[in-house]
Design a binder for this molecule. Structure first.
Ligand SMILES: [Zn+2]
Length: 270
């Protein structure tokens, strides 16, 4: 299993009182406990490592460069003057995707100034995982429907519609994923009723029937979700009684197919 959507950060950043929370060590324990072999890790945000975007990505790269079971995603504000260089440098160093959080970055998904960023990710073959689901700030700037135009303008760009918009925007997210074969349904933090982006089972069953299990990607949202949450999520997916193949697809194989893994093996000098 390849576990998507894991935020890792230095000790004490996520929780001052329990400094191990949110570290790679902490994630490793969860993975061992649940028998998860591999994970996609997002570089910290600049509010977690304040020395700038370059440092955030470099920190993650140094942490995982010798560890084949981890795949890095670039985290950078798309309008950072250095954004395209950072994309290129870390794609070269073996990172395999991009984390994009419009509400944290305070940027509108359809801002035309981001076009070069989308084009560069498309050229580098880096999938972009977009957080969509209410998260403070101006919701009209990251309504999932805005992803439709990006998907249409960049047909080779792989887009993960994370949280599927949550309950509030599920139907917009569904419209985008159904309309665009290059879009994938991210189902992290949607499966349990008290989650911020909970989506009822009946809607998820409709997603399964219409989009199909080959375009659904589970994610942990570690460390916001810890061991018990992740364990329960996986139990819920297993309770859907899918074929083993469909289940494995949702639990990592779909995601793995999206990653430009040639560059990933480069980090080990192969
Ligand atoms: Zn996240």
């Amino acid at each position: 299993m390849l576990l998507n959507h894991c935020h890792v950060m230095p000790e004490g950043v996520f929780n001052k009182n329990r400094p191990e929370e949110g570290t790679l060590q902490h994630l490793n324990k969860i993975m061992e406990e649940l028998g998860i072999e591999e994970a996609v890790l997002f570089a910290p945000f600049t509010y977690q490592i304040p020395e700038g975007s370059y440092r955030c990505n470099q920190w993650l790269w140094e942490l995982i460069r010798k560890k084949r079971q981890f795949y890095g995603f670039v985290t950078v504000h798309p309008l950072d003057p250095d954004a395209l260089n950072i994309l290129n440098e870390f794609a070269n160093k073996g990172f395999v995707g991009v984390k994009f959080h419009p509400a944290i970055f305070r940027v509108c998904l359809d801002d035309s100034a981001i076009e070069p960023f989308y084009a560069e990710a498309e050229k580098l073959n880096l999938p972009i995982l977009f957080h969509v689901g209410i998260h403070g700030w101006q919701v009209n700037c990251y309504a999932p429907i805005l992803l439709d135009k990006i998907a249409q303008n960049h047909p080779r760009l792989k887009i993960i519609v994370e949280h599927m918009g949550g309950y509030e925007f599920f139907h917009q997210a569904l419209a985008v994923v159904r309309n665009n074969p290059n879009c994938y349904a991210g189902i992290s933090t949607v499966l349990q009723e008290d989650y911020s982006w909970y989506i009822p089972q009946s809607e998820l069953m409709y997603l399964l029937r219409t989009v199909g299990p080959e375009r659904i990607i589970y994610g942990a949202d570690f460390p916001y979700n810890g061991l018990l949450r992740i364990k329960r999520d996986i139990e819920i997916i297993r309770s859907w009684n899918l074929s083993q193949e469909d289940e494995e697809n949702i639990l990592g194989k779909n995601l793995k197919r999206l990653l430009p893994l040639k560059s990933h093996s480069k980090k080990n000098g192969k």
